[in-house]
Design a protein around this ligand. Structure first.
Ligand code: HEC
Length: 106
């Protein structure tokens, strides 16, 4: 294999890994943007969560809301919950709602 081909392949690998890091799944987004307040399991058992009296995301009170309700809270914020519409795409927000639905099953 010649050097030029090798460097092209290295570059392609680099580009692939960078684009992978730029498009994290909902679990990663949740972990980096939401878990500080809501806790890794959504129960809000963090210092911030307790002081803000955040409801358990896996609880029936939260889960009974529609996907649209939850998407709106994440996009527009609510009380001390920050708005994410400028930071996350519509697809990210809906995949976070799916992630929150998954928390209920545990
Ligand atoms: C700075 C702390 C903080 C961060 C970060 C945060 N939230 Fe919240 N979140 C809150 C608070 C406080 C509430 C309760 C708002 C209220 O009811 O007044 C809340 C409420 C919610 C609710 C509605 C729960 C209910 O009681 O009906 C959802 C869903 C939610 N957050 C999802 C998320 C997601 C997804 C992220 C990450 C993209 C996130 N939150 C990041 C503080 C935070």
């Amino acid at each position: 294999m010649n050097r030029k081909l090798l460097s092209i392949m290295t570059l392609a690998l680099l580009v692939a890994s960078v684009s992978f890091a730029a498009a994290p799944g909902a679990a990663d987004t949740y972990k980096s943007k939401c878990a500080t307040c809501h806790g890794p399991d959504g129960k809000g058992a963090t210092a911030i969560g307790k002081s803000m009296k955040i409801r358990d995301l896996s609880s029936a009170e939260v889960q009974k809301q529609s996907d649209a309700d939850l998407e709106k809270i994440i996009s527009d914020g609510k009380g001390k919950m920050p708005a994410y519409k400028t930071k996350l795409s519509v697809a990210d927000v809906s995949s976070l709602v799916a992630f929150i639905r998954g928390l209920a099953k545990h």
